[in-house]
Design a protein. Structure first.
Ligand code: ADP
Ligand code: ASP
Ligand code: MG
Length: 301
């Protein structure tokens, strides 16, 4: 089994999601797909929470209408015909989401709100794949992503929960699930912190002993410097687990800081690839020795 994670920009528009489908269809064998919310959506959900905290309900409702329209438009673009069932389901997800706003003192309302982007998008992508004849199974990550300790996830436990959850489900070659969400020590919905879908991918990769993890994003791998601030950076073909962990930990935005840790002991390689230029090699993170000069390049920052 391979784990494929697609980040926000990779699922940020109908065109990008069509790219994702092509990429997925070209990868052989069974796949577990982890999706982020569409780019920008989690930021809007964070704003909704802020509005609610200060009692600005109307502003929150306006933002929710904006999100509803964005996702309904996405359904229309991806599934232009015979989409009534999907539209109805998306509407019902938003209806339930609005009900969270009515709850008084709900302790985990904030986390349920901020993880909603992943829930609605995975449903739409699953329905889109089905409409194109790509059979798939949508999995509810909150049923198995039990991560009480953010620093040290028990991947055996997650694997056991996933196995139990899948027991009465049909087998599939394509599983789709939500990044970012976890349940905490109180069994409540919580998050893996911003950018956490990368971490979902490696926790699940370790849990199912995946043969590899592919993290698909909007850049052709780990660059020798932060391309947002430095000109003429280039992609590094290979990094060791330790190098990648160190760079992520010290803030290279391309990876959530803890992404690498769950897979080091199990020696599962991570490939960083660009959804928009899938034929470029990207970066391989593994236990092979790397010959890159990343340290000196990074020290120029
Ligand atoms: P995703 O939404 O797919 O998770 P992110 O925005 O979290 O993507 O991460 C990809 C972005 O990380 C790139 O577009 C790039 O601007 C930024 N980035 C920062 N440092 C690096 C680096 N060293 N190498 C590559 N990208 C980097
Ligand atoms: N959607 C979440 C965020 O924006 C998680 C992720 O994209 O990795 O932080
Ligand atoms: Mg990210």
């Amino acid at each position: 089994m391979k784990v494929l994670k697609f980040g926000g920009t990779s699922v940020g528009s109908a065109e990008s999601i069509q790219n994702v489908r092509t990429i997925v269809s070209r990868i052989e064998g069974p796949k577990l797909i982890v999706l982020s919310a569409m780019s920008g959506v989690t930021n809007i959900l964070v704003r909704i929470n802020e509005n609610l905290k200060v009692g600005e309900i109307t502003e929150a409702e306006e933002l929710i209408s904006e999100l509803r329209k964005k996702h309904l438009d996405l359904v229309d673009s991806l599934i232009p015909t015979d989409n009534a069932t999907v539209i109805n389901h998306v509407n019902s997800l938003f209806q339930k989401f609005l009900e969270i706003l009515q709850e008084e003192n709900s302790e985990n309302a904030e986390a349920r709100i901020v993880t909603f982007g992943e829930s609605v998008l995975t449903y739409i992508v699953s329905a889109y794949f089905s409409s194109k004849g790509m059979d798939n199974l949508l999995l509810e990550a909150k049923k198995f992503m039990h991560v009480p300790n953010l620093e040290n996830p028990d991947t055996e436990k997650v694997g056991g929960l996933l196995g139990h959850y899948l027991k009465d489900k049909i087998e599939s070659d394509i599983y789709i699930t939500q990044g970012f969400v976890r349940t905490d020590k109180f069994n409540r919905i919580n998050t893996l912190k911003r950018g956490g879908s990368d971490y979902t991918a490696t926790i699940l990769g370790a849990a199912i002993r995946a043969e590899e993890i592919q993290i698909w994003t909007d850049i052709d791998g780990f660059h020798n410097n932060d391309p947002r601030y430095v000109e003429d950076t280039h992609s590094l073909s290979h990094l060791s687990f330790e190098e990648a962990a160190e760079l992520a930990y010290f803030g290279a935005k391309i990876l959530h800081p803890q992404t690498v840790s769950p897979v080091i002991d199990k020696n599962i390689p991570i490939y960083l690839k660009n959804t928009f230029t899938p034929d470029l090699p990207g970066t391989k993170i593994s236990n092979e020795l790397s010959h890159t000069r990343f340290k000196s390049d990074f020290s120029e920052r």
